[in-house]
Design a protein around this ligand. Structure first.
Ligand SMILES: [Zn+2]
Length: 96
């Protein structure tokens, strides 16, 4: 199941609903969980937004998230195509 109950913190400091399609237009390079801008409304954890050429844009719980019970966990979580370490390297070198 795709993650859909997602809110984003805007410049005014308030949280607003956002869809993956909307996020893809506004954040073509994605949003890291460390930015703390996106939250899952079901479990209230910070999440990330993934946008890549080969995949549908989607929101994603952190892999290290201790709460595995949230039923809004993305179907992409278990078979994500890049190891976490490589993601971090790419973020550090490409998105700064
Ligand atoms: Zn959640």
């Amino acid at each position: 199941m795709a993650l859909t109950n997602v809110v984003i913190r805007r410049a005014d400091g308030k949280w607003y609903n956002i869809s993956a399609e909307q996020a893809a237009r506004e954040f073509p390079f994605g949003i890291s969980v460390t930015e703390k801008r996106l939250k899952c409304r079901k479990c209230n954890h910070y999440i990330s937004f993934v946008n890549s050429k080969n995949k549908k844009p989607h929101f994603k719980h952190s892999r290290g998230d201790f709460d595995k019970k949230c039923d809004e966990r993305s179907e992409y979580d278990e078979n994500y195509f890049l190891p976490k370490e490589l993601n971090i390297i790419l973020k550090n070198y490409c998105f700064k």
